[in-house]
Each structure stands twice: as C-alpha cells, then as structure tokens.
Write a protein that binds this ligand. Structure first.
Ligand code: RB5
Length: 147
C-alpha cells in the first residue's frame, strides 16, 4: 500500500508529524509537500494528491490531505472522479470510512486535530479493509453520481 500525503500551510505541521510516524513504522509514504510554510491554494494540493492516488502503480494507494480544517481539501478531493474522500475527526469514523465507504483519501484539519488523535485516525484508516457486500452496492452508487 502506497500512501500519498500533502498539505497546505494550515496542515504542514500536522503533515510532517504524520509523515515521521509513517516512516518510523515502515509505511511506504510519499510526501508531496508543501515543504515550507509558503502560502498556497489548497485545491491545487488536494488535486495533486488525488491524481497521485489515481495514477499510482500501487494496488491499494491511499491519500491523506491536510489543510487548516480539512474542509477545503475534502470538498476539492470529492470533485475528482474516482476519489472518495472522508473528512475525519475520530478513530471510529476512520475505520468506517474504509470498511463501509471504501474511502481512498482521508482529510484532516491541522488546526483542529491534535497529533495523537490524528495518528490514531490514520492508523485506524490504514489498518481497515473494505467490507464489500451491501457496502459495495452503495459505493457503486456513489461512484455513479459523478458519471
Ligand atoms: C488556509 O488559511 C485555510 O483556509 C485552509 O487551510 C483550509 O482550512 C481550508 O478549508
């Protein structure tokens, strides 16, 4: 599983903490920036991470995108065809985002979510699997909305 992560200036500090955690725990993570606190427009970073997920040669690629609240990048990511992005603030929802919604991207708020909670969310998300079955039917209907 390859993980692509990106942030704007509102999310860079949390992004760096998550990258350090993922590397320490031997996850295959690619940090798409930003790498300094220069201000950017978050829709561009959101689309960059989403395209990396969609074009990845990894079978089960996932994305993590962080802005100040997670809201802007979540709105942007969900406009990219093939992306199901979940804005998360707790570990249970992180698990459900994968098991029921088959989210391939999660978004977090760097100004709203502490490091420990964010890492719990990321771990729950990365270590959950899509359940399929009736959830597969529902996710298929989600994907049809964009067609
Ligand atoms: C940038 O200041 C801020 O608007 C952005 O990080 C995010 O919170 C948008 O939803």
């Amino acid at each position: 599983m390859k993980i692509y992560i990106g942030a704007d200036q509102g999310g860079i500090d949390l992004k760096n903490e998550i990258v350090a955690h993922l590397k320490e725990n031997n996850y295959d993570v690619q940090d798409l920036g930003i790498h300094d606190h220069t201000s950017i427009d978050y829709p561009e970073k959101a689309v960059e991470v989403c395209e990396a997920v969609l074009n990845s040669d990894s079978e089960d690629a996932r994305g993590i995108i962080i802005c100040g609240t997670g809201i802007g990048v979540s709105i942007a990511a969900n406009k990219v065809k093939g992306i199901r992005a979940a804005l998360l603030a707790d570990g249970f929802s992180a698990k459900m985002a994968r098991q029921h919604n088959n989210a391939n991207v999660i978004t977090l708020g760097g100004r709203t979510t502490g490091v420990e909670l964010a890492i719990d969310i990321v771990e729950n998300y990365l270590n959950s699997e899509f359940e399929g079955g009736r959830h597969g039917r529902r996710v298929d209907k989600l994907d049809c909305i964009m067609e």
